[in-house]
Design a binder for this molecule. Structure first.
Ligand SMILES: [Zn+2]
Length: 379
């Protein structure tokens, strides 16, 4: 199949794509705002219904709703392709007032525009292009829109895993890496908390009867940092530290929270073992370690075959596609860890994700949508 008509169609639709993107960005949907996330859910559910999808909205007691849309494939027996995206953002309600949607010098700006409302719009237009050109993908397509990816995907984790298990492949609409590269490997992510229990005492009258929890914690932090292997990509960031009450009190408690990034699953096992095996330095101090690896790494072999296919299709569409690895996690980490072929970074191209200058490059939009459509048709 020649994929170029898909590109011509998407290019002719650029104004409509941008208008849809503006409307999506202007629905503020931070992960913790149920009304906001649900408004975004309703918006995308409506768009997907208009494209002929069988759409279901799944409510959740503690988060916004997820949307699942199913589109028919030509080969009824084939397992579906899972398209994965999220409509929650890291931007609080009210951000639009100081960071409105705007277009400047070929770029479009706004909260959540790159991560990842532009990816969702690419998903919509890939499906729209296939429909307009009367191309039925070989496999059925299931489009899963997650409401809480930015806070760890707790609410619908088991559904995402179940969808992935019965899929042939998973295409993730997270933003591209620099220069439009697809993401073929991602580090895994863990979060841990180390709590120290000491004993309080008067710092002047009876300091020796106390056990200084801060002093214990500081020693532990120095030891924990030695578990990192930055050269192989295993990094540890002690990001939060708390403890103590007053300068004249020997502190009874202190705690630290750490972020761990792991290139391989075995690194995660080792870090967990090391952390849980920590022993106190000070006599009388007690340690408690909680947390764990929250997203397994997305190892490259899960993406290899799909990336080759995507690169080939991109060439036919007239551009070179590169691959990249990233330290950031996504829902692709879960699907790849199940052994499901997973390709990530198929969404918008731009910069400033989670930053004030978040933007996309407008002329890339039709290309990404066309590439995605071609992949859906070909896999
Ligand atoms: Zn994202």
């Amino acid at each position: 199949m020649d994929p170029r008509p898909l590109l011509f169609y998407c290019e002719a639709q650029l104004d409509e794509m941008l208008e849809c993107l503006r409307r999506a960005v202007e629905i503020e949907s931070p992960s913790y705002s149920r009304p906001g996330v649900n408004k975004a859910a309703a918006f995308f559910a409506r768009e997907l219904r208009q494209l002929g999808g069988k759409v279901a909205v799944h409510r959740h007691a503690r988060s916004g709703s997820a949307v699942i849309a199913e589109f028919r494939g030509a080969g009824r027996r084939l397992k579906p392709i899972l398209l994965l995206g999220h409509y929650d953002t890291v931007w609080e309600c009210g951000t639009l007032a100081r960071m409105p949607f705007c277009i400047q010098k070929g770029r479009a700006y706004g909260p959540g525009i790159l991560d990842m409302k532009s990816g969702l719009v690419c998903g919509l237009w890939a499906l729209r292009a296939l429909r307009a050109l009367e191309i039925t993908p070989r496999s059925p397509v299931r489009f899963f829109l997650n409401p809480d990816e930015e806070v760890g995907s707790a609410a619908f984790r088991s559904q995402i895993l179940a969808e992935a298990r019965r899929a042939r492949a998973c295409l993730v609409l997270e933003p591209a890496a620099a220069g439009g590269a697809l993401k073929t490997s991602r580090k895994g992510v863990g979060e841990f908390r180390i709590a120290v229990q000491g004993r309080s005492a008067h710092a002047g009258i009876d300091p020796m009867s106390g056990v200084n929890a801060i002093s214990e914690l500081v020693r532990q932090v120095l030891r924990i940092e030695k578990f990192a292997r930055p050269k192989t990509g295993l990094t540890i960031n002690v990001g939060v530290i708390e403890g103590g009450t007053r300068p004249n009190v020997v502190p009874e408690s202190a705690s630290a929270r750490l972020d761990v990034r792991i290139p391989r699953l075995s690194d995660g096992e080792r870090i967990e073992r090391n952390l849980r095996g920590l022993k106190p330095f000070l006599r009388g101090a007690k340690l408690q370690v909680s947390g764990g690896i929250n997203r397994p790494p997305m190892e490259r072999r899960a993406a290899e075959g799909l990336f080759r296919q995507a690169r080939e299709l991109a060439l036919q569409l007239g551009f070179h596609l590169h691959e990249a690895s990233t330290g950031g996690g996504s829902d692709g980490n879960f699907t790849a860890a199940l052994g499901v072929p997973t390709l990530d970074g198929l969404g918008g191209v731009g910069g400033g994700a989670h930053a004030l200058n978040e933007h996309i490059v407008i002329r890339e939009l039709p290309r990404r949508a066309a590439l995605l459509a071609a992949l859906l048709a070909a896999i």
